[in-house]
Ligand binder design. Structure first.
Ligand SMILES: [Fe+2]
Length: 271
């Protein structure tokens, strides 16, 4: 994580190039960096600004540390960015940020699967309350709407997450809250996984940037014609066309960039 903690948290870190890049993405102004991803290229094209001398975009960040999954993960969470409904008990919380490659490139299409305890510190093992997955947008950004998770015995406050780039391996980790007394006694707590959290009057706003070990696949700028489409949820047995060929879905999933039928024989069978 590269975002500095809020004032008064007692932890200070230097501002990294990725932090500057994130600020620029948020502000809509983009620095001219080597190795920039699709978002940067798009914005440069929009402004028509000439390329300036390009500093290396590598601040030496390690990938986001991995942590144990724990006993409460369930597969097949719903596709949704909000885990709350009107009247859900708890302190409102948003968690937002970006996913980057180690070379600072914003990572689009990354699967982020969140799960957490409810306001009372309990996990829903019968259903899918406080569970949901989403994909980073074209700028590598994500945003989760939830509540501050409750505490349960033996752990400090935390949110579980799995992150997976298209075609990449799964990174399982946990996000933590600054200023929590149990951070000092929880053996799993890692300050590198602290979110930046601030009060917004009615709730809290957290932010965190993930760094994945994979590099962004530039993809095919002119995808073949067909009915397959990224972001579509396909059921087992469903059929699509891709580049003039027919494929049958072998297991239900939500399509993501990099999971095109010809390249994912575990998901699609040519028919
Ligand atoms: Fe947990």
């Amino acid at each position: 994580m590269t975002t500095p903690p809020p004032a008064g948290s007692g932890r200070r870190r230097p501002i990294s190039r990725k932090t500057v890049l994130k600020a620029a993405l948020v502000a809509g102004t983009v620095p001219l960096l080597a190795g920039a991803g699709p978002a940067l290229a798009r914005d440069l094209a929009a402004t028509g600004a000439p390329l300036a001398p390009t500093p290396a975009c590598d601040d030496g960040d390690d990938p986001t540390p991995e942590q144990m999954e724990g006993p409460y993960f369930k597969p097949n969470s719903p596709l949704r960015t909000s885990l709350v409904t009107p009247g859900t008990p708890g302190v409102p919380l948003t968690v937002s940020g970006y996913v980057f490659s180690r070379s600072c490139t914003p990572f689009p299409g990354v699967l982020l699967d969140f799960w957490q305890a409810d306001d009372n510190g309990a996990y829903d093992m019968a259903g899918y309350a406080f569970r949901g997955h989403q994909f980073t947008d074209s700028t590598g950004a994500f945003a989760l709407t939830t509540i501050v998770p409750g505490l349960y015995p033996g752990r400090t406050r935390h949110i579980h997450v799995k992150a997976q780039a298209p075609g990449g391996r799964i990174l399982t980790t946990q996000l933590y809250f600054p200023g929590e007394p149990r951070n000092e006694t929880d053996a799993l707590f890692d300050p590198a996984l602290l979110m930046t959290v601030r009060d917004d009057g009615s709730g809290r706003q957290g932010s965190f940037d993930f760094v994945l070990p994979e590099e962004v696949d530039p993809g095919n700028p002119d995808p073949p014609v067909g009915t397959w489409a990224s972001g579509t949820t396909y059921a087992s047995g469903g059929e699509v066309t891709y580049d003039g060929r027919d494929f049958r879905c072998l297991q239900g999933h939500t399509a993501a960039p990099g999971w095109e039928p010809p390249t994912t024989p575990s998901l699609w069978q040519a028919v």
